[in-house]
Design a protein around this ligand. Sequence first.
Ligand code: SF4
Length: 327
Amino acid sequence: MTKKRIFSGMQPSGNFHMGNYQVLSNWIKLQEEYDCIYSIVDWHALTSSYEDTGKLPERIENIALDWLSAGLDPEKSIVFVQSHVKEHAELHLLLSMMTPLSWLERVPTYKDKLQQLGEMGKEINTYGFLGYPELMTADIILYKADVVPVAEDQIPHLELTREIVRRFANLYKPIFPEPQAILSPLLPGIDGRKMSKSYGNEIPYAAEPEELQARVRLMITDPKRVKKTDAGDPEVCTVYTFHKIFSSQQEQSEIAGHCRNASIGCVECKKRLAEKMVTTLVDVHSRRKELAAKPEKIREILAYGAERARKVAAATMEEVRSVMNLG
Ligand code: SF4
């Protein structure tokens, strides 16, 4: 049976943190079950940071290192850099001809992010920034992906992708599947909000054990658990959300039970979590160091991925040009 295809991407923003690691861990699991295509979406990074591109090559290499050291397998999955496959730009351009402006303007994150970045002093009133979900649509449908792992706040983007697919089918021919979402859980920041460098609540992926322990100590817990003798609710606690990622099933149920009957204190609970995180990350960090010493190898892996991606993308674009009567 042919496997369903997944497409997903991450921007080389230079701020790889534990929230990204969580998304990545999910991708690594998915590569066992799906035909996965994962892209370092460098053009997306330009939609909000176009002024200074000097650090882009270094950031691309860094994120590739993060992915590969965590266990993304370039033989199982196609791993490549978006700008190495020019078909993304061609499809983006063609889709932009037929997408009503109002569809892009009503994406809920558009106005919020515009305001947020504007407050940070960024001049972001650009065509590229508005067209971000259009580029994302081109990325997904270029590979005829069936499934896209998304966080809850990205669901409107995927809905827009489906609308564009339907419009394309009505105008020309139905050559693209309507991609479905699989929800991927997101790790919160240490203050319980979405993890983001701009909130200062992130745990850097490259954090040394001492920094990691310090960040875990600062995590907010169940706000109603004031004294150690108060029973807690693990389901509202940031620390427990992390335990769900880093501790075994058995440890999770033990901690949840101890929390509910107040037989473990939050200090101890955080200490256990920090130990788990350090153990998990020590191996990943040491693989990353080994790989970082071989930049040639990283370039080879990305070139191999781009070659494989290009084959799929070129076939799709032939079809697109044909149904649109172009060349
Ligand atoms: Fe959270 Fe653990 Fe404290 Fe319970 S014991 S509130 S799970 S930190």
